[in-house]
Design a protein around this ligand. Sequence first.
Ligand SMILES: [Fe+2]
Ligand SMILES: [Fe+2]
Length: 249
Amino acid sequence: MTFANWLAHFQRNPALHRELESQIEWDAPVLLSEREVKAFARSFQRFELGESGDGRRLLAKAAQEGDATYLAALELLVHEEQKHSELFRRGLERINAPTLDAHWSDAAFTVLRRILGLRTELGLFLIAETVAMGYFTALAEHAPDPVLRGIGRRIATDEQDHIRFQIDRLRQGFHYTPGAVRLVVGLIWGVIAAGAATVMALDHGQALRACGLSPAKFWLQATGRFQGAAKLIFAAPKAESLGPLTTNA
Ligand SMILES: [Fe+2]
Ligand SMILES: [Fe+2]
């Protein structure tokens, strides 16, 4: 399996980014209530921080695998995450809220990822992305502000392909792993995903509600989306590459 199609996708994606960002009315008046401003400030501060990492350790682990095409694609994905952080920063500027220096859930995730191998680190990456996807979609569709909806749409468009990219690489990673081991790994990851969904539902509850999504419903969707991805990896590690969804590839 080759990651050439993914590398081409990530190389072409900035054109779509520009198009989606040009559709956002950045100067539209802010009509949010004080409560909503508070909710999105708290939520965006966490995402701004969470997506700002330089991915140095992850990329160093990936480099050891010796697939230059995959590594180049992963580098561009990390760059897309940094642009997400920038978009959340713009959202914070819009509602006059400061950025954060550190948050415990982010620090915990970073410590955990540091001690793991590439496969497990990618698994945690996939968990974070599948769990957050429902939030980005809710933001894109139902945020009570046009700029926040635009930011959500811009990020959700990237993330749906990030999830497919991680699945493609993880399938390769579990290609030769016996079925029983895959089952155990899938169960453990499922428990971590449920925990991550709980932390997110609590941490971003007010913002989710402001987008018309109850934290409980978000939790069910988040764990369901992870289970769907896990099934694609662990039940069919030898299946064809999913490839990018956005049509610009
Ligand atoms: Fe992201
Ligand atoms: Fe992502």
